[in-house]
Design a protein around this ligand. Sequence first.
Ligand code: URA
Length: 226
Amino acid sequence: MTGRRELYLQEMGLGPVWRLKPAAVEPPALADLQSMDRNELEAVVANCTACGLHKTRTQTVFGVGDENADWLFVGEAPGADEDAQGEPFVGQAGKLLDNMLKSIGLQRNKNVYIANVLKCRPPGNRNPQPEEVAKCIPYLERQIALIRPKLIVALGKFAAQTLLGQEVTVASLRGKVHSYQGTPLIVTYHPAYLLRTLQDKAKAWEDLCLARETMQGLNSGESAII
Ligand code: URA
C-alpha cells in the first residue's frame, strides 16, 4: 500500500491500515554472500530481517571508511547515536576511538575501515544475543574478505571473542598478535569501557603501539603472527 493511499483511507476515516508483516528473511547462505560485491552486500544488510533486531532498528549500520584500508577496527554493535546516523562509532565512544586512531597517525576514512559485529542496535544497548551474532557474523566475514585488511583491531571483549572464537577476557587476549583466518588481529579495550575505566587507558595505548609496530613490520615484509 502506498503512503498516499494510506493517507486517503485515513482521511476517509478508514484507518488505521493493517499491513502484513514482511516474512523474516534468512540471510543468504555464506556461499551466496561470497560472490557479492560491497554494494550488493550493503543492500542485503539494509534489508535484513534475519533476527528480531530489525524490528527496533532505525537503520542498519554497515560500516564506514576506506574500502581498501590496511586497518580494520571492529566494535560490538551500534548504539543509539549510530542507529540514528547510520555510521559506526559516532557517539562519545566514537570520539574516543577517533582520538585513539589519531594517536597512532590514523584518521577515520583514511586507510581505516570501521565496522561492528552486529549491524543493528540491540535495544537499550543490551548485550548482543548469540542467535543475533550467528545471523549477523556472515556479513562481517564477507566485509573482511572484501576489504582484505592487513591488520584487524578488535575493540572489546565482544568483538574479540566473536572473531577469535574464544570466550576469554580482553585482559588475557591483549598484548599479543592473534590470527583471524590468517590476518593478524590485536585485541584492545572497547572505547566505551575506557570512558568508564580511565586507569586502563594506558593499557589501550600499549595495544595501539603494538598494533602500529605490527603494521610497520607487515609493511616491511615481516610475519606478524606469533
Ligand atoms: N559501540 C560499538 O561497539 N560500536 C559502535 O558503532 C558504537 C558503540
